[in-house]
Write a protein that binds this ligand. Structure first.
Ligand code: HQG
Length: 180
């Protein structure tokens, strides 16, 4: 696996799910100190350097990570299972958003709607192609249409992550259109 992909996967694990694996602590907003992250990663056998980390932030296919303005802190833009407050402000979503999932989950989603599962939010995409790719990770992909503007009007909040993923706490089944 190329270094960048390996490093992106490592950073996703540490910055979204398990910082304690290397003894790292994130602040309440999900930020880690870069020098500390590099030191602890190396101590635990992962060869991280500042240039490598900066390349991952800049070139990551999904822009998964952000550096603070002063370059001293790093965090994941979305996808956390840890409870962090990304301090996103609610945004007005487009009329519809898309959710990619696997065919085997459809019956359950029909009855319960979309839930965040282990993550903090349900992830939605503004375009069908992205949603299809997300669904493919789980099996035979199915793209669901979410009537987002209607949900917002009914009081559900939507957030747009720094890397363009739409987030909401849950999607009741009544706002979902399923393919035939
Ligand atoms: C499904 C990737 C049964 C849900 C992507 C999904 C995304 C239900 C799975 C980000 C359900 C959870 C997140 C219900 C939801 N019954 N299944 N009631 N409600 N599900 O991985 O959205 O590459 O936690 O449809 O690009 O697939 O990591 O969420 O299939 O943005 O940066 O439960 O992860 O980004 O799976 O993916 P996940 P996701 P990264």
């Amino acid at each position: 696996m190329p270094d960048l992909v390996r490093t992106s996967k490592f950073l996703s694990l540490i910055l979204r799910h398990q910082p304690d694996r290397i003894g790292l602590t994130l602040d309440a907003n999900g930020w880690a100190n870069v020098d500390e992250l590099i030191r602890l990663a190396n101590q635990h056998g992962f060869p991280l350097t500042r240039p490598l980390l900066e390349r991952v932030v800049a070139e990551n296919d999904k822009q998964r990570f952000a550096l603070s303005d002063d370059g001293q802190r790093i965090r994941a833009n979305q996808g956390h299972s840890l409870k962090v407050d990304l301090q996103l402000s609610p945004s007005q979503p487009p009329d519809v958003l898309y959710h990619g999932t696997a065919a085997r989950f459809i019956d359950s989603i029909r009855s319960k709607g979309l839930s965040a599962g282990k993550r903090q939010h349900v992830h939605l995409s503004a375009d069908i192609a992205t949603a299809r790719k997300v669904g493919q990770r789980h099996g035979k992909p199915v793209v669901l249409v979410v009537r987002a503007a209607e949900m917002a009007a009914a009081g559900h909040r939507f957030y747009l992550s720094a890397n363009g993923v739409w987030l909401t706490e849950r999607v009741p089944a009544e706002f979902i259109e399923f393919p035939e």
